[in-house]
Design a protein around this ligand. Sequence first.
Ligand SMILES: [Zn+2]
Length: 106
Amino acid sequence: MEQIVKELQELLDKYNLTIDDAVRIYKEHTNKKIKPRKIQHYATGGMWCYFVKDERNPCGCGSNCYHKEYDTDANIIYCVCNACNSEIYTVKDEYTKNDLSKGTWI
Ligand SMILES: [Zn+2]
């Protein structure tokens, strides 16, 4: 443990960072890694919205509209509630390609 602390201190000194800087940079970096998401938009602009007919989203917030977010690392499309931002479905693999061909993903 002492050795790790020593090495960490040397790194911080080398880059002239405080431990708070290092934690902030680490968090920014990992957040980006966790959410490399692209959101589906209409070709004409605006987020593409889907409506669940005669039902509500399974998240339970009462909304019936959602949008699609593509995780480029995992190659998975998530359906995300527009109101509460919960992931409510994932698109089956065999439909991913077709979905990606619709609209613009930004
Ligand atoms: Zn919701």
